[in-house]
Design a protein around this ligand. Structure first.
Ligand code: ADP
Ligand code: G6P
Length: 736
């Protein structure tokens, strides 16, 4: 049976050695806690790091470790201390984490970190190949493993691979500073589906793909040579029922049976019944804005001194990545801050801040969530922030106020929370006051909406939506475009070709016989191409036409000496067997004077774009512009032109990074059909890559063999991946 393979750096449990034996403790962090519920439900294997380096693992415990992990349906990837240093503490948490959370100044670009990251990603990919079968679905998680999808794809080209990023994807302006930015994107693009928590992260990613790799992006599809990659946002939910049930169970525990932790909370509450408890829980991470929060709390107490002794801030900071220098500094900073503020503001009966630096068991987490009147979460950047959702889920009587930073991904779905900018102390102080004084009815009304949403879109639904989209994507790979030209099909077509008596071939040029170049003049034919075309052209009973949108001057220079038949400007001009070009269609060009100034104004306002003027058409090229900007301008130009040309016999063609204005009665379909009518052909073949070639695919008879280059939707019968495959195909024809 096929299964789902989950891969992340951290497994849901971390192994530790104590007294010579093994203990498994649950992992902290959104990824592990969220995916744990998904994993426990189904047929899946989770591959990751055990929590122990090779050096920490006595050989005699190896088998026990495997067994302990097996109990959780997990398998391990072994990592040495040195690998952890470069991969985890290094590239993952000293380069990517700060960069993706907009802490550019903390980001270190060390070649050695990068090299180890690559090597360790390869280790994870190898483990996947070893532990999975061909039909399994692979789901890779998070920023530690961004190269894994492509590494797996290389070995398993047809496997379904999904990737989910649990942290923000930063804007292009930030991402571009990474020295290995292209490699990271290429690594991710090994996936079939790439998921983010929010639409903004998705948008940033697509923009980087367009700008850095120059790939075509249409809505949320990325077109690579031979694949389409889907990108979408799936905001991660929580195991709502688990938190709600735990809170209900918590209510029912008798006073004596409560945890020690809860008993302490109870006694504090009893001694100061009017005191409001404000809770914050985070890993000790600079992205969480803990230090700013403490400062903002001090600011609040100074602005509204009447709340002294009436509120208490509980800070639970979970130790995290403590080998990374920035985390060490942060720990020191927070220790000092808490010490100073408590020192300055405490009274005999009151300590403003309770600070815990430790990981707590789940039951104590529930103690805290259910006992606190307010949750105050102020990340400066956070991919999602599940703590916010967990707090709301535990509020069984629907009271409680959530104050949440608008920089957290979860703020997008939690509009009913009090959203704040963590840098705005004035706003935070006022919001705290508002939260403390918020009437119960308002709290309940807000939480009702929040709870309904969290219950509906829980972590299971989230995972199902992702897996559903991944499965649909895999099916799409086979159905949404025309049939892939397999070797068997090609052999059948070649056989038809060799048996036929009279053949007619239409070959588009750019994007079909040659790839695109920033400068169209540089995309000139090479020796190999001439050789293929010569052979086809010289074959008996074969009429070959190059059919292109190019101008006749360029094609005359490249191909006239070769005597190939050519149709250019989409069907305006024709040249046969080395003769000069003649008009094929009677076209008018008087509209060009009106359109030229419009195009010129777009060139002036869009750096990198230029006009190509042909005899009966004009093209505005924007391949060399900033991709987002160019696309925006193209849409604008389309609107302007369509309103300008009205009902005239002129049309606008949207090609590959080019908009062409030309007479409506000219197109490659019409031209190819005219050629077809000139003789009795029993084998007709047309191949092309863009929109303008669709006219041929539509208008040629059903018996014609029509082939699209690339994976876009098409009327052609078959598709091939790229120009190399086109040449292979034509070479096969030349051998007949
Ligand atoms: P991040 O993923 O950046 O750590 P999230 O808020 O998304 O932040 O996820 C944190 C997860 O870790 C939550 O599911 C939370 O329940 C869990 N967690 C946080 N603090 C503790 C703690 N002290 N002990 C145990 N689990 C914790
Ligand atoms: C975030 C990351 C996770 C990571 C977690 C805990 O949630 O997205 O990938 O596991 O923090 O961090 P750690 O470094 O301890 O794994």
């Amino acid at each position: 049976m096929s299964k789902t393979i989950i891969i992340s750096n951290r497994l849901p449990v971390q192994l530790q050695i104590s007294d010579g034996g093994l203990t498994a403790i649950p992992s902290v962090g959104g990824l592990a806690t969220g995916m744990k519920s998904v994993h426990s439900g189904g047929e899946s294997l989770w591959i990751g790091w055990s929590g122990l380096t090779d050096e920490e693992t006595p050989p005699e415990l190896e088998a026990d470790i495997d067994k302990a992990l097996e109990q959780h349906a997990c398998a391990k990837v072994n990592l040495t201390e040195k690998e952890m240093e470069g991969f985890y503490f290094g590239f993952s948490n000293r380069t990517v984490w700060p960069l993706f959370h907009y802490f550019l100044e903390y980001s270190e670009f060390e070649l050695e970190f990068w090299n180890t990251y690559k090597a360790v990603n390869q280790k994870f990919a190898d483990a996947i190949i070893e532990k999975s079968n061909e039909g399994d679905t692979i789901w890779v998680h998070d920023y530690q493993l961004m190269l894994v999808p492509q590494m797996v794809r290389e070995k398993r080209p047809n496997t379904s691979i999904g990737f989910f990023l649990h942290i923000p994807f930063p804007s292009y302006e930030i991402f571009r500073t990474l020295p290995w930015r292209e490699e990271v994107l290429e690594g991710l693009l090994g996936s079939d589906l790439i998921g983010f928590h929010t639409y903004d992260y998705e948008r940033h990613f697509l923009s980087s793909v367009r700008r850095l790799l120059g790939l075509e992006v249409s809505f949320n599809d990325i077109y690579l040579d031979n694949r389409v990659i889907k990108v979408d946002s799936f905001p991660m939910g929580i195991d709502y029922k688990k938190f709600k049930d735990a809170a209900i169970a918590h209510e029912q525990i008798t006073k004596e049976n409560r945890t020690d932790f809860q008993k302490k909370l109870d006694s504090h509450k009893a001694s100061a019944p009017d005191t409001k408890l404000i809770l914050s829980i985070d890993r000790l991470d600079y992205s969480k804005g803990i230090a700013k929060r403490i400062n903002a709390f001090e600011y609040f107490l100074n602005k509204y001194p009447e709340y002294k002794e009436k509120v208490r801030l509980i800070i639970l900071a979970v130790p995290s990545r403590s080998n990374v220098p920035q985390y060490k500094l942060l720990k020191k900073e927070i220790d000092e801050l808490v010490g100073r503020i408590n020192g300055e503001l405490s009274s005999v009966n009151w300590t403003p801040i309770w600070y815990f630096y430790r990981s707590l068991p789940f039951e104590n987490l529930i103690d805290l969530y259910t006992s606190s009147d307010i949750a105050w979460l102020t990340p400066l950047r956070d991919g999602m922030n599940l703590v916010a959702k967990e707090y709301v889920a535990t509020r069984t009587d629907k009271t409680g106020v959530l104050i949440l930073s608008e920089m957290a991904g979860s703020a997008n779905e939690m509009n009913e929370a009090l959203l704040i900018n963590p840098n705005n102390f004035e706003q935070q102080a006022d919001t705290l006051k508002r939260a403390i004084t918020m009437p119960k009815e308002e709290q309940m009304a807000r939480n009702m909406f929040l709870q309904n949403r969290l219950e509906r879109y829980n972590v299971e639904v989230w995972a199902n939506e992702f897996m559903g989209a991944l499965n649909r994507k895999s099916e799409d790979n086979y159905t949404f475009v025309s049939q892939k030209m397999s070797n068997t099909i090609l052999n059948e077509i070649t056989e038809e070709y060799s048996k036929s008596k009279k053949r007619l071939l239409f070959l588009d040029y750019d994007g079909t016989l040659v790839g695109f170049d920033k400068d169209p003049q540089k995309a000139s034919p090479d020796e190999e191409l001439y050789e293929i075309l010569d052979k086809l052209h010289q074959q008996e009973d074969t009429t070959l036409f190059l059919i292109s949108g190019r101008d006749k001057q360029t094609f005359s220079r490249w191909f006239l000496p070769k005597h190939y038949n050519m149709i250019v400007e989409h069907g305006v001009w024709i040249s046969r067997k080395g003769e000069e070009f003649k008009l094929l269609e009677n076209v008018k060009g008087d509209w060009m004077e009106k359109i030229r100034p419009v195009l010129e104004s777009f060139v002036d306002r869009t750096p990198g774009s230029f006009i190509e003027e042909k005899n009966y058409s004009m093209a505005w090229h924007y391949r060399n512009t900033d991709p987002d900007f160019g696309q925006k301008r193209a849409t604008e130009l389309n609107t302007v032109l369509t309103s300008l040309i009205g009902n005239d016999d002129i049309s606008v063609l949207n090609g590959n990074k080019v908009m062409e204005v030309k007479s409506s009665n000219v197109n490659k379909g019409r031209a190819s059909v005219r050629m077809l009518g000139e003789d009795q052909y029993d084998f007709v073949f047309a191949i092309g890559d863009d929109w303008t070639d669709e006219f041929m695919f539509q208008e040629l008879p059903d018996s014609a063999v029509t082939v699209k280059v690339g994976l876009k939707k098409t009327q052609a019968k078959y598709h091939v991946e790229n120009t190399k495959r086109v040449r292979d195909l034509l070479k096969q024809f030349t051998e007949q």
